[in-house]
Write a protein that binds this ligand. Sequence first.
Ligand code: ADP
Length: 225
Amino acid sequence: MDVIAVKGLDFSYGNTQILKNINFTVPEGRFAVLLGPNGAGKSTLIKLMLGELPLSGQTGKIELLGQEIRQFKDWKKISYVSQNGMASCQNFPASVEEFVQAGLYTQIGKFRFAGKREREQVRRVLHQVGMGDFAKRLIGRLSGGQQQRVLLARALINAPRLLLLDEPTSGMDEDSTTLFYRLLYQINREQGVTIWIVTHDRKRLMAYADDIWLLEDEKMKLVQP
Ligand code: ADP
């Protein structure tokens, strides 16, 4: 089954066309990478896939998990990690575990407190990203690489089928980047989570990627395999 299927997609901001007849699929369980120069439309494509930009007035369609995005309701199965995702939370007085737990609120409802089961889920995902010892730390006190791993933990808490990432390692040092990619690979291979990652880091991601796509001149090309 295809987790992502984009068919004949055009997209314009006003009179400026950004995407022209884009077609691609990402089968379940793939580790797919999207490359492309700045301004090519990679973030725009992710925003369309997240339903953050409306498709109304545009041609073509996007299907997630076999459902047309205009009718799609299963957003819990899709997670997103952005670039410097915690930049706006630096002074936010939340601990790592509180921040990750907040990812569960769609599941447990605003007015329910996390019980033993939810706390165990938080503990498990923090352990998975190597942040188990940091549960009580304030998120503003972590390094950029640690913050991105916490963001990854939050993205995993609802056991998504698809993880979308937009340059998640930008600004990270070499070791943190390597660690982050290894975690993604582990999540992909061990849990079967489909990964779609926008990056400039072709060289290092080549080892992990099943498919490498290039978005350039409004078009999408498969460059590997
Ligand atoms: P990438 O992620 O590949 O760098 P983007 O999707 O961010 O590219 O942007 C693609 C093009 O669309 C760029 O030329 C950018 O300036 C333009 N753009 C992005 N967002 C908007 C917007 N909200 N309104 C108008 N133009 C936009």
